[in-house]
Design a protein around this ligand. Structure first.
Ligand code: F6P
Length: 361
């Protein structure tokens, strides 16, 4: 019978297992066999590792975070080392992938991954590997799809965390600086910050000014609000890259790399306002655990649609979700550029209308 492979690659995120189950169920109904490769692309090369997946192997997994197949965002298939920098996969790796697939009689590969993994998938496709992509990232920064699964689960966690942190901030009359994921984009910070009642939201798309942050904190105190909740995306940065140097002789950027932007702001805001400030880094807590219902459904819609693309032999395409519809786009198009927060989007407009500051006014 026809055989397909499936793998999960890049950082894990809630909803991956729902996508895997949908692939297995939809392929199973067509009478196909599904080989699940272990630890992303790594499972395709020596020592080759896979698990044959039947419907019963995937029962009960849609509610689980992470991926039953394992994944990695490091290793030999890394194509992106920084924004804009793309590495070519060495020819011998591509040949090995082809040999593995041919040896196992696999006719197509479904690759579930983010920007970096889809870049590797595109290179494999260009070298003749029949690949279909499924977008995945909690960051929601893939263009060509309105949402990726994992994003809303992360947002939900950020929202609940802010609820908790507000009570302690209020009790101590403190400033809380809550750092969330998002190296290049502010989606999690914006959606999580708005829903969680943040007073300031700092995102990479809107560079901040230290003086404006301090002004907002002071203004709140003058109005009798002694606690301030600040959400900061890990990739947020000051205007013109002008970092405030906390200690004479020390480079601020080196400090940020070590401790994160939130630790840096903790010190600077204290120096500028005299207030007690606490930094909280939510880190991988926002990537783990149960997917929300939306993310489970999106994962399943993507998984089932990917099997449909394989059936139609539309290799080199990635499934997408746009304006309520599941469709397909060329992987090549999808990886061209990251999807940044539009500064005129309804969430930003709403935040501004409510007096939430982005650290620039
Ligand atoms: O891309 C997802 C993501 O969680 C980013 O938000 C974050 O910058 C990065 O991965 C963290 O990677 P790692 O799991 O390797 O620490």
């Amino acid at each position: 019978s026809y055989r397909i492979g499936v793998l999960t690659s890049g950082g894990d995120c809630p909803g991956l297992n729902a996508a895997i189950r949908a692939v297995v169920c939809a392929a199973g109904l067509l009478g196909w066999e599904v080989y699940g490769f272990i630890d992303g692309f790594e499972g395709l090369i020596s020592p080759v590792r896979y698990q044959i997946l039947h419907e019963e192997d995937t029962q009960g997994i849609i509610s689980l975070g992470g991926t039953i197949l394992g994944t990695t965002n490091r290793g030999r298939f890394t194509t992106k080392t920084g924004i804009g920098e793309v590495k070519r996969l060495p020819g011998h790796l591509i040949d090995e992938v082809k040999e593995t697939l041919e040896g196992l009689g696999i006719g197509a590969l479904i690759c579930i991954g983010g920007d970096g993994s889809l870049t590797a998938a595109q290179q494999l496709y260009e070298s003749g590997v029949p690949i279909v992509g499924v977008p995945k990232t909690i960051d929601n920064d893939l263009s060509a799809t309105d949402y990726t699964f994992g994003f809303y689960s992360a947002v939900e966690y950020v929202c609940r965390s802010l609820d908790r942190l507000r009570t302690t901030a209020a009790s101590h009359r403190r400033v809380m600086v809550v750092e969330v994921m998002g190296r290049y984009t502010g989606w999690i910070a914006l959606y999580g910050g708005l829903s969680g009642g943040a007073n300031l939201i700092l995102i990479p798309e809107i560079p901040f000014e230290y003086s404006k942050i301090a002004y907002q904190v002071r203004k709140r105190i003058a109005e009798g609000n002694f606690q301030t909740m600040i959400v900061v995306a890990e990739g947020a940065h000051p205007k013109d890259g002008q970092y405030y140097v906390v200690e004479e002789g020390k480079s601020a950027t080196a400090e940020i790399r070590l401790g994160g932007i939130s630790r840096h702001l903790e010190k600077v805001i204290h120096l500028m306002t005299g207030q007690e400030v606490r930094a909280v880094i939510l880190g991988h807590l926002q990537r783990g655990g149960e997917p929300t219902a939306f993310d489970r459904n999106l994962g399943m819609m993507f998984g089932a649609a990917a099997v449909g693309l394989v059936r139609e032999k539309r290799f080199g395409y990635m499934v997408s979700y746009r304006e309520g519809k599941i469709g397909a786009v060329l992987i090549q198009e999808a990886i061209r550029e990251l999807k940044k927060v539009d500064v005129n989007c309804p969430e930003i407009k709403t935040a501004r209308a409510m007096g939430i500051s982005f650290g620039e006014e």
